[in-house]
Design a protein around this ligand. Structure first.
Ligand SMILES: C[S@@+](CC[C@H](N)C(=O)[O-])C[C@H]1O[C@@H](n2cnc3c(N)ncnc32)[C@H](O)[C@@H]1O
Length: 209
């Protein structure tokens, strides 16, 4: 693991203590609803990247073969508790999304919720997703990104170092640009704004032309 990744990983180990409490208001306002919507789209062999404390586990459909990874051991420990609590069979693994230990074309569906704000090298992570997702597989992401609005975007840029250094997440990631840079063609990508132009549901049809 490179130094930058190790620093972010440690921040998430630390954040695992207060993560559920800190996210609780957003969960009630909208996140829970968005999570449930994503679960309806899962099919076949499924991978969740950046499972965190396991907030999606409660909503996992019981009949699917789900693997979930995170690079923070402490986040994963909390996810294990949730899997037991909600009686969900999930293969939880300690793994870096930038270097995944899965063969090419393994998964039918790959999904993330609020993860690509923090993957240290998002383009490398997205290329890995493209590799391990089957051709014609689906990649579903709920991600917050930098606003395209001039003033709001600038405010996000100014505040970003504060948020990254204290917590680990970036608030000004250009995730759609990163998706294109990772090799996905624009025609493969479907985008819906969930909150302003900041929180987006992104569906990528992994064509692998
Ligand atoms: C903001 S949390 C979101 C957790 C969860 N997806 C949710 O919706 O509550 C981001 C998670 O991504 C994980 N993460 C960030 N970069 C990662 C990487 N390179 N590999 C694996 N997990 C990563 C962090 O450890 C953290 O648990």
């Amino acid at each position: 693991m490179d130094k930058k990744t190790e620093i972010i990983r440690k921040r998430y180990d630390r954040a695992s203590i207060f993560y559920d409490l800190m996210e609780a208001p957003m969960e009630v306002m909208a996140l829970k609803r968005w999570r449930i919507e994503v679960m309806k789209l899962l099919k076949g062999r499924v991978l969740e990247i950046g499972v965190g404390t396991g907030k999606n586990i409660e909503y996992y459909p019981k009949d699917l073969d789900i693997t979930a990874i995170d690079f923070s051991e402490k986040m994963l420990a909390k996810a294990k508790v949730k899997a037991a609590l909600y009686d969900k069979k999930v293969d939880l693994r300690l793994m870096d999304a930038q270097h995944m230990d899965f063969a090419d074309n393994t998964f039918d569906t790959v999904f993330t919720t609020c993860v690509f704000c923090s993957v240290p090298d998002p383009i490398v992570g997205l290329k890995e997703i493209r590799r391990i997702c089957k051709p014609d597989g689906k990649i579903i992401m709920i991600e917050h990104v930098r606003s395209e609005k001039k003033v709001l975007g600038l405010i996000m840029d100014v505040l970003n170092p504060l948020v990254v250094n204290s917590y680990g997440a970036n608030i000004n990631r250009k995730t759609l640009e990163n998706i294109n840079k990772a090799g996905f063609d624009e025609v493969e990508v479907e985008v819906e704004n969930l909150f302003k132009d900041i929180v987006k549901k992104i569906i990528i049809y992994n064509k692998k032309y």
